[in-house]
Design a protein around this ligand. Structure first.
Ligand SMILES: Nc1nc2c(c(=O)[nH]1)N[C@H]1C(S)=C(S)[C@@H](COP(=O)(O)O)O[C@H]1N2
Ligand SMILES: [Mo]
Length: 252
């Protein structure tokens, strides 16, 4: 499907052109037959599990495209304080009255491909360099809102714990048993922060206390709240919504 070029690696520009052609030809004009789809994905479309596997294969293909197109230097749009949405909408896989606090002896656990596996107190996190951002949080359900978060850039934290930044994934596990995972390039993006504050106050439980991920280059479900543990890993681990069919890369 990709045009052969005399270059050793596929650059995002190569893929952008191919992706545009692929979209136009195959999908928009409807010329990708079921047989073609079966061939592309190697799945048997006459069974439900085959169709499911084909859809999953397309999603994986889309994740790879999004990863290749991701520009680690492109910043998400930022807004003035006057644009902050008030009231800010709460969202989780349960209603707000079911929000639970986290234990008093909370520590942020760190695991996987890192050299320093000591858990972190909130005080220790607050002593690291902090970044503030006013950005748009976009939920896959079709709503969005502008909020203000402040916290430790994940790339700064990763340098402190000696994370292997050649590893592929970063996995987040939360106190409500929510999980999500992101690619390393997005984890190192300058606007990806471990947020400690929301609207200039320490996070309260519903907004993700004591620490939440805030990643404005991805859809809202990637911004894990009430984080219990962060793992740097080469094994793909999906996530709560991702395992139910949401797009894993989820770039905005
Ligand atoms: N721990 C945890 N984090 C979570 C969720 C959740 O259910 N549990 N929901 C996600 C989704 S789908 C969204 S849109 C945002 C909502 O964040 P907010 O309540 O600050 O608006 O949190 C994300 N992070
Ligand atoms: Mo969401």
């Amino acid at each position: 499907m990709f045009k052969k070029r005399n270059k050793p690696v596929i650059t995002p520009d190569d893929i952008r052109a191919d992706l545009a052609r692929f979209n136009r030809r195959a999908f928009l004009r409807g010329s990708l037959s079921l047989g073609g789809l079966a061939m592309l994905t190697g799945c048997n479309l006459s069974t439900d599990s085959g169709v499911d596997a084909a859809l999953k294969a397309i999603l994986r293909f889309d994740d790879k495209m999004q990863a290749a197109l991701f520009d680690p230097t492109r910043l998400a749009q930022t807004y003035p304080a006057s644009a902050i949405t008030d009231p800010f909408r709460f969202n989780a896989y349960y209603p707000d009255w079911q929000v639970r606090g986290v234990p008093d002896d909370w520590r942020l656990e760190v695991a996987g491909r890192i050299s320093d596996k000591n858990a972190w107190t909130l005080d220790a996190l607050q002593a690291l360099p902090q970044e503030s951002q006013i950005t748009r949080h976009i939920c896959i359900e079709g709503w969005s809102q502008v909020g203000q978060w402040r916290g430790v850039p994940l790339h700064v934290f990763f340098r402190r714990i000696g994370a292997d930044t050649r590893a592929k994934y970063v996995k987040f596990t939360c106190f409500d048993d929510y999980t999500t995972s992101i690619d390393m390039a997005s984890a190192l993006h300058p606007q990806t922060i471990l947020a400690l504050d929301f609207l200039e106050k320490p996070l309260s439980p519903e907004w993700g206390a004591p620490v939440r991920l805030r990643i404005p280059t991805k859809l809202g479900f990637k911004s894990a709240k009430n984080v219990r543990a962060i793992e740097v890993t080469n094994s793909f681990s999906g996530g709560y919504w991702e395992n139910q069919g949401y797009d894993w890369f989820a770039g905005v």
